[in-house]
Design a protein around this ligand. Structure first.
Ligand code: HEC
Length: 421
């Protein structure tokens, strides 16, 4: 139990010096009335010891409410701030502004999926955890500190009588470090308190631990340093071997690697070829017209049957053309896209072909499909990023663009022709 700011005077702790007067009581009532009188007499360094908590004894002793809640609160706030600061430092601080801090302590100023560097909702879990952690530390260490624990030596344990405090006796200890303590007067005061016994508790001489305990301790301390030494060594040493792999899981299994010899098969290969005639799902490229734009090995003159020409396909073709091609070819296909214009401005040559050049107008759809799939001279390939269906949609749209600048009267309906006249 803690008193408010106990006042202490330095007293001898030499062996045999008086440390406490220990008052033994037989009933809770007896100790309660004695405690009241000690408190009223103004003592600050004294305590009661009972086998079980006695309700109201704290108040009788004049013990003030503990400051522990304040410590816990302050620690909790510190935890919250630490969580916030840590996350700000790790994610949002720009290393360019903190050059004076060593690199290995810098944060990671990474932009991840366009998310903000610093966002309170995302930081709440860590803030919460650190608040709890710091409060818990505050509570545990605060409690130990306020109680002056751990207390490895206390003269009270020199009293054999005191052992009964865990059984059936109640004690008050009057500490010799209290400014009111006076060997003669305190004893007289103690004897008026109704105690069954008043005992002098004296400091004991220092007893060294047994020899074997010292030896075990020395050996254990040295052994405890070995792992640290090993860690320190491997920290600085270089080795061609892989790291220690403590948790194996299923990482290292007996298996055959590609190109290894495997005696199970007659041909001795570890890597097996697919059985003859195997076709992976969706990879039967028999329809060369559709997949390669080739008919009998020559560029196709017509659109493949699988591609249905309709408004939706043209619209998709327009979108994909705008996304993939317009940068160079221009939205209208006249070869003045943004990149071409920029190249011209800085004096570079980007000889983009206009779709309205005769040589391009005359190309078959199969050829255009091939140009988009594999590229053409200085034009890049799009086969790997635009699907087959979509490449045909672009071909159809390119054809429509070309038609838009070369329509003949034959392209008009009778009705439209009538309107022209
Ligand atoms: C990076 C710029 C660039 C982009 C993007 C680009 N092209 Fe080209 N394209 C060129 C250049 C340059 C040429 C001329 C190549 C040559 O003749 O050396 C060309 C030529 C062409 C030709 C004529 C070549 C032939 O086959 O006769 C077509 C058709 C064509 N591009 C279509 C497209 C389509 C469709 C797209 C979108 C999928 C596209 N291009 C995207 C730069 C580009």
């Amino acid at each position: 139990m803690s008193h408010a700011s106990p006042k202490t005077v330095a007293v001898s702790t030499e062996p045999g010096a008086l440390a406490y007067y220990l008052l033994e009581f037989e009933t809770p009532d007896a100790i309660r009335s004695a405690a009241r009188r000690v408190n009223e007499a103004g003592w600050t360094r004294w305590d009661t010891h009972t086998p079980y908590p006695i309700h109201g004894l704290d108040a009788t002793m004049g013990v003030r409410p503990t400051v522990l809640p304040v410590i816990v609160f302050v620690c909790g706030c510190l935890g919250a701030l630490t969580g916030l600061a840590l996350q700000w430092w790790a994610n949002a601080s720009d290393p360019a502004n903190f050059k004076f801090i060593p690199t290995f302590l810098q944060g990671y100023h990474f932009l991840i999926s366009g998310k903000p560097y610093f966002s309170l909702p995302a930081n709440i879990p860590v803030i919460f955890e650190l608040t709890i952690l710091f409060s818990a530390f505050g509570a545990v260490f605060g409690m130990l500190g306020l109680n002056f624990l751990p207390d490895l030596y206390n003269a009270l344990f020199n009293s054999r009588r005191f052992a009964r405090v865990t059984d059936d006796r109640f004690f008050i200890s009057l500490d010799a470090r209290d400014p009111r303590f006076d060997e003669r007067k305190t004893r007289e005061f103690a004897e008026t308190l109704g105690a069954a016994v008043v005992e002098d508790v004296r400091h004991s001489p220092w007893t060294a631990p047994p020899q074997w305990m010292v030896h075990v301790g020395v050996v254990a301390s040295i052994v405890a340093l070995v792992p640290l030494a090993l860690i320190a060594r491997s920290w600085t040493a270089k080795s061609p071997l892989p790291r220690f792999h403590i948790v194996q899981d299923m990482d290292n299994q007996e298996r055959y690697k590609a190109q290894m010899e495997n005696p199970i098969f007659a041909d001795g290969r570890a890597t097996r070829l697919p059985a003859e005639g195997t076709v992976a799902i969706g990879e039967l490229y028999e329809d060369t017209h559709y997949w390669y734009g080739l008919v009998d090995g020559k560029p196709a003159e017509t659109m493949p049957e699988r591609v249905e020409l309709n408004e939706a396909l043209m619209e998709r073709g327009r979108k994909l053309f705008d996304i993939n091609c317009s940068a160079c070819h221009g939205y209208d296909g006249a070869a003045y896209g943004a990149i071409r214009v920029r190249a011209d401005a800085i004096g570079n040559v980007l000889a983009v072909r206009s779709f309205y050049e005769r040589s391009v107008m005359e190309k078959s759809v199969g050829h255009l499909f091939n140009t988009i799939t594999n590229g053409f001279q200085t034009m890049p390939a799009y086969g790997h990023r635009v699907s087959t269906e979509d490449r045909w949609a672009i071909v159809a749209y390119v054809r429509a663009l070309q038609r838009s600048r070369s329509a003949s009267v034959d392209d008009l309906t009778t009705e439209e022709r009538a309107r022209l006249r």
